[in-house]
Design a binder for this molecule. Sequence first.
Ligand SMILES: NC(=O)c1ccc[n+]([C@@H]2O[C@H](COP(=O)([O-])OP(=O)(O)OC[C@H]3O[C@@H](n4cnc5c(N)ncnc54)[C@H](O)[C@@H]3O)[C@@H](O)[C@H]2O)c1
Ligand SMILES: O=C(CO)[C@@H](O)[C@H](O)[C@H](O)[C@H](O)COP(=O)(O)O
Ligand SMILES: [Co+2]
Length: 376
Amino acid sequence: MTHDPVLPGWSISAGAAVRYDIVFADDVFDTVNGSLAALSVAAYPATTRRFVVVDANVDRLHGARLRAYLDHHGISDDPFVLETSEETKTLDTVVRVADALDAHGVDRRQPVLAIGGGVLLDVVGLTASLYRRGTPYLRVPTTVVGLVDAGVGAKTGVNHGGHKNLFGAYHPPVAALLDRRLLATLDRRHVVNGLAEILKIALIRDRDLFELIAARGGALVDERLQGDDDLEVLTRAVGGMLDELRDNLWEKRLARLVDYGHSISPALEMKALPALLHGEAVAVDMALSTVVAARRGLLEPRDRDRVLDVLRAVGLPLTHEALDSDLLRAGLAATTRHRGGRQRMPLPTGIGSARFCDDVTEGELAVAAKELGDYR
Ligand SMILES: NC(=O)c1ccc[n+]([C@@H]2O[C@H](COP(=O)([O-])OP(=O)(O)OC[C@H]3O[C@@H](n4cnc5c(N)ncnc54)[C@H](O)[C@@H]3O)[C@@H](O)[C@H]2O)c1
Ligand SMILES: O=C(CO)[C@@H](O)[C@H](O)[C@H](O)[C@H](O)COP(=O)(O)O
Ligand SMILES: [Co+2]
């Protein structure tokens, strides 16, 4: 930085250290389980009272236990219940939650408790980042996507103008409490949806995780990830995700393997809304990338077939009718803009490894989409 020698100038440089814990615990709404209350108090010992935001479906299914817990530990007697959907993951909802925080007199140091799936965590996380320029919050994810992905990183966001997560902030929680027992009440489709993000981690870095999923297949879904072996599936997925994120939490590096399956899928998900869930759109994108990689000779045909077979076996889609040439062109352009002018598209080089490519064409994607259409 140079300054005009006759006029004053300053350079400011500061770094904010970040530390947060991500811990597994079972049955966190049982009054005898101290984990949630302890994390909450550790984050702000001045008072036990917290503003709690809970997903409406979680409230319907777990509300009685949750309220008993909050009451028992002096946390709250009146959680704020939020109806969630991808269509209402918007700034309007952020403002509504912020108004509720204000009405409850939340001060800038008092952590908010966010309990729900990826949508709720993204909305409450963004609200917390904006409220008083940054209020702490604690996450309790209640979906598979929330537990292995949205709940553990630093990102928050909402959709706008037809774009996924156009507005957002990096605002890590003070802690994330992962309770796989909450997944037991999910419907099949949302478990399958979350398996897409788990398979993403398996495909970019963990072949053993892929084999675990392949071996368990539909049983993973039937048992809602409650089986003894399924804890390993979840811990490998979370550990793998955190290993990808830990030295790039603010995403200064735009080449991110965790973008695997997220190149065309944001445009697809928004165009097909509400027909496709997030993970379903990610699965279609992963299938496309798998075929493109095999056609380029990066991936053995045998590995391509195994990947497609496992995606299909767990119940994920490989293609979708909205995947036309307009969407492929727009999706490719959007992802290039989104990644600082280069595609940086992760393509698999095996099961458990990937590399970045900058030169994937709309034509290649169209051929792959056609091949996947015939694959059914
Ligand atoms: N911030 C990030 O890093 C990040 C990462 C991945 C995904 N995301 C975002 O996450 C969102 C998808 O998250 P999602 O799949 O959790 O969707 P979601 O939050 O919409 O939850 C899915 C459905 O499950 C219901 N639900 C939640 N918990 C339940 C439970 N325990 N039992 C029964 N039903 C329950 C919800 O009410 C909802 O109807 C997308 O918007 C995606 O962009 C964010
Ligand atoms: O879907 C998401 C985040 O919403 C994650 O699963 C994924 O790993 C990555 O964060 C996205 O690929 C990056 O998207 P973006 O934050 O750059 O829009
Ligand atoms: Co995702």
